[in-house]
Every structure is written in structure tokens, then in C-alpha cells.
Write a protein that binds this ligand. Structure first.
Ligand code: ATP
Length: 314
């Protein structure tokens, strides 16, 4: 569990993180999304206790990071943006060293290292020097050290950066399995990445939080699609009179019935509106062929995000 309140960080005159607040529970995989320089890395460094906030409050698993930093850090797995690996060390020696830093008890050390190597599919490289590994394998070593101590909070700065498509898939599976027992927060500047793996997205723009939404909310539009067996004039008149429906637009027919898209406005609730529409159609005695919230594609979401970002710029 992560709780952040009014988190702020300045560098001289620059406010890199500006009054950011959020709460993340166990089992959530939250994507911090933002352009280069938005403030994602700065937030992550503060969450892990490696950077002092200028203002605000961070609580990890109920502990105030400003007073319990060492305890908190033992509960966190952190993959930094540019993981400072020791290139002359072998993978296994490096993980042994990382286990010491994480305070893994001696009795558990061998098992934990073996498990982290298996989880990140590093067995074939375990005795290789880190300096001889490809970018993708180095990234896996970084993840192996982050999960070595079974952390309850996992903070991953651009975890799929530099990985090939197979490795990306594997990394996503690994993150999902880690999220069964941990709170996961990862950063990326790619919306597709968030869609593929995250349950929730927080968008950071110029250091500020401009959007915080579950992926389901983000992908479910504020429009309802309905297909009904009624004359268009009567259908449009009735549907327009439903509470919460802002406008009704006929769309080309696919399948049985006449199809309409109901715009519910910015504050619309598709589930509530669907319930009312269904009962009104039943009262009219019309046949209802389809009734579902419109799923938005990434293009539509991108333009909404750009609009939100523009509203916060300047
Ligand atoms: P990227 O996707 O490029 O990694 P980011 O969202 O992680 O970007 P940050 O690295 O957090 O962004 O940077 C936020 C802002 O703070 C940027 O304007 C950056 O130049 C500035 N910044 C970061 N670290 C420092 C520092 N040590 N000194 C001065 N400014 C800094």
C-alpha cells in the first residue's frame, strides 16, 4: 500500500513534481504515464527514499518514509531507470551482493537467489559477467535484484525499456505474478504498455497529476450503443428523453434492429444509463437487440489525454 499526499520536489526554480497525491492498494498495477521530463522518475526516487521531497508526505505499508526509511526500503523492490549494475561481477555474485543489501537472511539466501534467477529466466547467464550481457538481459538482472527479497511494494522505472517483444511479454507476465502479493507501480511513456499490463493509470504532466483512472474507466467511453426494434422517430424521441442522455445519434445498421449511440456527457455513468434505457425499452414493448457501453480505442484515449494535458499547460 502506497499513500502519497501533496508530494512536491523542486530543483532550484524548477518544480519537477507539484502537489501529487494518490493511494495504491495491494494487487494494483499502476502505470505512471507521462512524456520525457514529466516527473515520473523523480516521483519514483522519492517513493523509494532515494530522494528527499521538498514537500508532502509518503507512507508505504503504513510507515512514514521520512522517519522509517531503512525499514521501508527493505519492503521495496526498485528497478531504477539506469540500473547501476556492477559490470565486472557475474550475475550470481551480483545477486548475492544485492541479497546482502536487502537484508535477506543467510538461511534463505540461496533459495531466494535461485528463485529470482528462475523468475527472470537468467539461468543460462548466471555465471556470466554482467558486462557481457545484452541490454535485455541486463534489464532482467535489474529486475532479479528488485524481486530478490519478495518485496511488498515493487517500483519499476521503465521496466520494458530495451527489451525485445518476447522479453516484453515475459516481463509483463512476471510483473502480473508479482502483483498477486505486492503493490506495483511502473513508469512508462507508452500508453500501449499501460493498457497491456496496468489496472490503473496516473498521468503526470509538467510534474502535476492530470488524470487518475482505472483502465476499465478509461477504455469505457461515456457513450452507450443500443440496437432496438422501433421506428427511428419514436426511438430517438424516447431515447432522448432518458435521464442523463445528452444526444442520440443513429448509426449504420449492423445486425438486427436500428442502432443508436447515446452520448452521456462527461459525467455520464454508462451502467446507470443502460439500466434505465433497458427498462424504458421494456415498458415500450420494443425488442432490445444490443445495449453496451462503447469501448474506446487507444487513438481516442490519446486525444483525450492530449486535451487534458493542453488544458494544464501554460
Ligand atoms: P523521462 O521519461 O525522460 O525519464 P521523467 O518523467 O522521469 O522523464 P524526471 O526525470 O522526473 O522526468 O524529470 C522531471 C524534471 O526534473 C525534468 O525537467 C528534469 O530535467 C528535472 N530534473 C530531474 N533531475 C534533476 C536534477 N538532479 N537536477 C535538476 N533538474 C532535474
Amino acid at each position: 500500500m502506497i499513500r502519497v499526499e501533496s508530494l512536491t520536489r523542486t530543483y532550484g526554480d524548477l518544480t519537477a513534481v507539484d502537489q501529487v497525491s494518490f493511494e495504491i492498494g495491494t494487487g494494483e498495477i499502476v502505470g505512471l504515464l507521462g512524456h520525457n521530463g514529466a516527473g515520473k522518475t523523480t516521483i519514483m526516487k522519492m517513493l523509494t527514499g532515494y530522494l528527499e521531497p521538498t514537500g508532502g508526505y509518503i507512507e508505504i505499508n503504513g510507515l512514514d518514509i521520512s522517519t522509517k526509511r531503512a525499514t521501508v526500503q527493505r519492503q521495496i523492490g526498485y528497478l531504477p531507470e539506469n540500473d547501476p549494475l556492477y559490470y565486472e561481477m557475474t550475475v550470481i555474485d551480483y545477486l548475492d551482493y544485492a541479497a546482502t543489501l536487502h537484508g535477506v537472511p543467510d538461511a534463505e539466501r540461496t533459495d531466494r537467489i535461485r528463485e529470482a534467477i528462475a523468475q527472470t529466466e537468467l539461468s543460462s547467464k548466471a555465471t556470466d559477467a554482467i558486462g557481457t550481457l545484452s541490454r535485455g538481459f541486463c534489464q532482467r538482472v535489474g529486475v532479479a535484484q528488485a524481486i530478490l527479497h519478495n518485496p511488498r511494494v515493487l517500483i519499476l522505472d521503465e521496466p520494458t525499456n530495451g527489451l525485445d517483444p518476447t522479453q516484453v511479454q515475459h516481463m509483463r507476465d512476471l510483473i502480473r505474478s508479482m502483483a498477486e502479493h505486492a503493490t506495483v507501480i511502473l513508469s512508462t511513456h507508452i500508453l500501449q504498455e499501460v493498457q497491456a499490463i496496468c489496472t490503473r493509470v496516473i498521468i503526470i504532466h509538467d510534474g502535476r497529476k492530470v488524470l487518475d483512472s482505472t483502465m476499465d474507466e478509461l477504455l469505457t467511453g461515456k457513450r452507450l450503443q443500443v440496437a432496438v426494434d422501433a421506428k427511428p422517430e419514436r426511438a430517438i424521441k424516447m431515447l432522448s428523453s432518458v435521464d442523463g442522455v445528452v444526444s442520440v445519434e443513429p448509426v449504420s445498421q449492423r445486425g438486427p434492429g436500428n442502432r443508436y449511440v447515446l452520448d452521456l456527457g462527461n459525467d455520464g455513468d454508462p451502467a446507470e444509463a443502460a439500466h434505465i434505457v433497458a427498462s424504458r425499452i421494456a415498458t415500450e414493448g420494443w425488442k432490445l437487440y444490443a445495449l453496451q457501453p462503447e469501448r474506446r480505442d487507444l487513438e481516442q484515449i490519446f486525444s483525450e489525454i492530449s486535451a487534458v494535458e493542453q488544458a494544464y499547460s501554460g
